[in-house]
Design a protein around this ligand. Structure first.
Ligand SMILES: [Zn+2]
Length: 600
């Protein structure tokens, strides 16, 4: 039997002959209410089979048998009833010799049962007898699109929703920043890369199709660089130097921010939540007006403005979410003033004490009636800006620590944050498509918190790259959770699925080897000054320089090509420029001065 991702909660293999779904299969879908999405997914999954859909009873079921068999005509009602007792979004799947039967209490549960079924057939299309009982440990399992800087082409943003759902992800946090088609302030909308109204619609309808809920994020206190860098709003900064942070004391600030929030909420009528951002507002209480109004108490200034935003969102029927960090060390007396119609999203991306840190904060918020959500990171600063793909040991550690916190504290929403850079004027991290490995680990952990992560890499390689476990072991030896990026460079020719993702990672490895990881000319140049005129030193440096230069020249067009598969050409060029600027500069200056690049 194939390996499953995420691993189901309970799986019992049974003896018997395998079942095959094909032309002579008959599908019967029974749904409590009209659910055209499930009908479409069944037709798409098994285009050759005959499908009948019945509305009635309670619960949801899908029965697959061979045409002419007695099973197809059995009454469905009792089977659906059995589903009513199981858990929200859960399902029971039984594959036997004569038929396959999935039951679920809700439409999402049946959809997840179908996703598992699609992972079951082996390479011959055989499904071995098995009973699976499965349900999510976390109600909202979210990925994250950050559209502030370098991000995937709109058609990919839309296409990935089906990929997320295949691994039972059911929510997506989106920070559009200036890629949102603002109406009242069209000058805030990026001229090239903003999503159109149609794309925004398409994103939402595709999310709905795959049982994914979108949580829009509209920054409303800090990280407003795209607005406050403009002359029209520059005077609203808290200080001249706080480029992205707005002064809460000026009436125009509230007006601007709530105008943006209103449009964001209206554009997502089906989203119960609106994320207000509100992280990293470092300059609080630095202007004269704020100091006076809030007695110089930063948290008081923060909560006063946040409460106005919570009121604004709550009266429009939305549950507002805010990042927790500005209230991290808030005195209890001040925190008590926070409007409880809100949810704190706790984000911690590094460190070894996540469980206890989250517990302390969750207790504080929950005691005030404020909800809590969790945010690990699948990409993060890591203290090294130049990362080209996630630093995996940190990411897996972060996800695993958060997983324990989620279990202990029963956190109902976990978001795998996936930022493009530290902030919108920042240096880009490795691109989104390099993060599938930690993203799907998050998908797995948020579905099944007690899963054996020791088998994750083998299951990922099989599901995401189509590489069987025995072949993966030949390539890498014993597979550890942290081995993926090391292994991925060997995969472009091995992967039957997603070879482009492997090539993207391989290119980034080759770039790092040519610039920094093997001997790098700029690090050796000082030796010429220490040993002037020494022939051996000069030869050595020249040799290193030539190797570096060859490697860089070889990898540059490959990097452009790999990036352009996923991003518009100018974004790809931005990334290449961020990685090659220093080396090109050294060519024009240091290497010329040393006479290295004239001796080729
Ligand atoms: Zn102020």
């Amino acid at each position: 039997m194939n390996q499953l991702l995420p691993q189901p909660q309970r799986l019992r293999r049974k003896t018997g002959k395998p079942f095959r779904i094909g032309k002579d299969s008959v599908l019967e879908l029974v749904t409590e209410r009209q659910e055209p999405r499930l009908e479409r997914h069944c037709r798409r999954a098994f285009p050759e089979a005959q499908l009948s859909c019945i509305v009635g009873g309670s619960g949801y079921s899908l029965c697959i048998g061979a045409s002419g068999s007695e099973d197809g005509s059995e009454s469905q009602a009792p089977r659906q009833e059995a589903a009513a007792s199981s858990r929200e979004q859960g399902y029971r799947l039984e594959a036997a010799e004569e038929r396959i039967h999935i039951v679920a209490p809700d439409a999402a549960g049946l959809y997840y049962g179908l996703q598992t079924l699609l992972q079951l057939p082996d390479s011959q299309g055989n499904i071995d007898p098995v009973v699976i009982e499965d349900w999510p440990d976390t109600r909202l399992r979210a990925m994250n699109y950050d559209l502030r800087q370098n991000f995937s082409k709109p058609e990919l943003l839309i296409r990935y929703l089906a990929d997320f759902a295949r691994y039972k992800i059911n929510a997506l946090l989106i920070e559009y920043e200036d890629k949102f088609p603002f109406r009242k302030y069209p000058e805030l909308t990026h001229p090239l890369h903003a999503l159109s109204e149609e794309q925004l619609q398409e994103l939402q309808s595709r999310a709905h199709e795959h049982f994914i809920e979108i949580i829009p994020l509209q920054q409303s206190f800090g990280h407003l660089e795209y607005a406050l860098r403009r002359d029209r709003w520059r005077h609203l900064r808290e200080t001249e130097a706080s480029i992205g942070e707005i002064c809460p004391s000026r009436p125009e600030s509230y007006e601007l921010v709530t105008d943006l929030l209103e449009e964001m909420m209206e554009a997502h009528p089906d989203s119960p939540y609106i994320h207000l951002g509100c992280d990293e507002v470092y300059s609080l209480c630095e202007c004269e007006e704020c100091r006076e109004a809030f007695g110089g108490i930063r948290e008081r200034a923060f909560i006063a403005f946040l409460n106005r935003l919570i009121e604004f969102a709550a009266t429009r029927g939305k549950t507002p979410i805010f990042w927790h960090d500005m209230l991290d060390k808030c005195p209890p007396g001040e925190l008590a003033a926070l409007d409880p119609r809100s949810v704190a999203m706790i984000w911690i991306y590094n460190g070894r004490e996540i469980e206890s840190q989250v517990a302390a904060m969750a207790d504080k918020f929950r005691a005030l009636g404020i909800g809590v959500m969790g945010a690990p990171a699948v990409r993060s600063f890591e203290g090294v800006e130049h990362q080209n793909y996630p630093l995996l040991a940190n990411r897996t550690d972060n996800l695993l620590q958060w997983n324990r916190a989620a279990e202990t504290l029963d956190i109902g929403c976990m978001v795998a944050t996936n930022w493009t850079a530290t902030f919108s004027l920042g240096y880009p991290y490795g691109i989104f498509e390099t993060t599938w490995y930690p993203m799907l680990l998050h998908a797995e952990l948020s579905w099944n918190r007690k899963v054996d992560t020791g088998t994750y890499i083998a299951r990922f390689l099989e599901r995401f790259h189509g590489i069987p476990a025995d072949r993966a072991r030949v390539l890498q030896g014993n597979l550890r959770l942290e081995d993926y990026y090391e292994l991925a460079r060997k995969l472009p020719d091995e992967a039957r699925v997603n070879p482009d993702v492997a090539e993207l990672i391989a290119v980034m490895h080759d770039y790092e080897a040519a610039t920094d990881r093997s001997r790098a000319a700029h690090k050796y140049a000082y030796r010429l000054e220490l040993y002037p005129g020494d022939e051996a030193e000069r030869h050595n440096l020249l040799d290193i320089y030539r190797r570096n230069r060859r490697g860089r020249e070889e990898v540059r067009p490959r990097m452009t090509e790999a990036l352009e598969r996923y991003q518009p050409a100018d974004m790809a060029a931005h990334y290449v420029s961020s990685r090659f600027y220093l080396h090109d500069y050294l060519e024009r200056t240091l290497y010329r001065e040393l006479g290295l690049n004239t001796e080729l």
